[in-house]
Design a protein. Structure first.
Length: 86
């Protein structure tokens, strides 16, 4: 798992400032962290369906090549780091 600040090159870079990228071996961690985000920040959805006026400050992306969780602000990202980062 890798995490950090995003820039405009990433999907979702227009709205999200932080990302957590998961490798294929991290699938269990991805599910646990996504569930934790749901409990902490409220429900959300996949990046393709995410709307800033309808959802809280996070979402996820899962396709054939990428598995990521995105955070809008430093607040959500800091909570993640405190709980999950090594």
């Amino acid at each position: 798992m890798k995490h950090g600040k995003m820039d405009g090159r990433f999907s979702g870079g227009r709205y999200f400032n932080y990302k957590v990228e998961f490798l294929s071996r991290d699938r269990v961690a991805y599910c646990k962290i996504r569930e934790w985000c749901w409990e902490q920040f409220g429900s959300s959805c996949e990046l393709d369906f995410w709307r800033p006026d309808e959802h809280p400050g996070w979402c996820w992306l899962k396709d054939n090549d990428r598995v990521r969780i995105y955070f809008v602000s430093e607040k959500e990202y800091s909570w993640f780091v405190l709980r999950w980062a090594n």
